[in-house]
Ligand binder design. Structure first.
Ligand code: 13P
Length: 249
């Protein structure tokens, strides 16, 4: 059985005090992380080093950043590079979340450059893809997400592809304004993604309104090898429960 990835992005939440409390709590519960489950946490940049220091250098919990620039250094005011993220303790770079595509001009081209930058520096690219409600209603979900993935992963060798994690997060299912997807709605997109990427990438995750009630069913969908979670995991208890659910899957 393949590893199940279960992680959270904190998005733009948590003070350092809150970040510290969550990370210290997780450190105290590491013995409850089930075998075969790969935990990861993606705080805001401001909390990266704090969380790294609390988890320690050799933690089984992988640490990520929510974005990074494709250039290594230079005059890019307000940006953080992959080498800087790595220096701060990150092992994962989240790339192309729909909130970044919608609000910050992320494109297929920039996701491609960022995937390449992460791989160049030995970090794991966590590529997020997902279609809008309009694309879904028009019946174009699978074609749309395959195109987003193919564009971002263009030109990679099989060895490089094997280091990439893909998270499928339909925009209509994300956040306060989203509604949880049903298993039926996700079968076809995951069949399409699976046909292309199963066994070629490190993980094929689902994200969008994952909660304690639907997590087990979502993990039961063919080709799904993990969950990428927002709100439910921002309280440590929720995250620990999701890890336990994955352990029973
Ligand atoms: P929610 O779980 O809060 O819907 O967020 C999902 C997400 O966008 C994770 O990156």
């Amino acid at each position: 059985m393949s590893t199940l990835w279960v992680g959270t992005s904190w998005k733009m939440t948590k003070t350092l005090t809150e970040a510290r409390a969550w990370a210290e709590g997780l450190r105290e519960h590491l013995d409850t992380v089930p075998d075969g489950v790969q935990p990861f946490v993606i705080p805001s940049f401001t909390a990266t080093t704090t969380v790294r220091e609390i988890l320690g250098e050799d933690s089984p919990v992988l640490l990520g950043v929510q974005n990074a620039h494709w250039e290594d250094t230079g005059a890019w005011t307000g940006e953080v590079s992959v080498p800087q993220a790595k220096d701060a303790g990150a092992q994962i770079v989240e790339i192309g979340h729909s909130e970044r595509r919608e609000h910050f001009g992320e494109t297929v081209e920039t996701t491609r450059l960022k995937v390449a930058a992460a791989l160049r520096h030995g970090l794991t690219p966590l590529l997020c893809i997902g279609e809008s409600a309009g694309v879904k209603e028009a019946g174009g979900s699978s074609a749309f997400i395959l195109e987003q993935a193919a564009g971002a992963l263009e030109g990679l060798s099989e060895e490089e592809l094997a280091r990439v994690v893909i998270a499928y997060e339909p925009i209509w299912a994300i956040g306060e304004k989203g509604r949880p997807a049903t298993v039926e709605e996700l079968v076809e997109p995951f069949a399409a993604l699976g046909a292309e990427y199963t066994r070629r990438v490190a993980g094929l995750l689902y994200g969008g309104s994952v909660n304690l009630g639907n997590a087990a069913d979502l993990l039961g969908i063919d080709h799904v090898t993990g969950l990428f979670v927002g709100r439910t995991a921002w309280e440590l208890e929720g995250y620990l429960e999701l890890l336990a659910i994955a352990g029973r899957s």
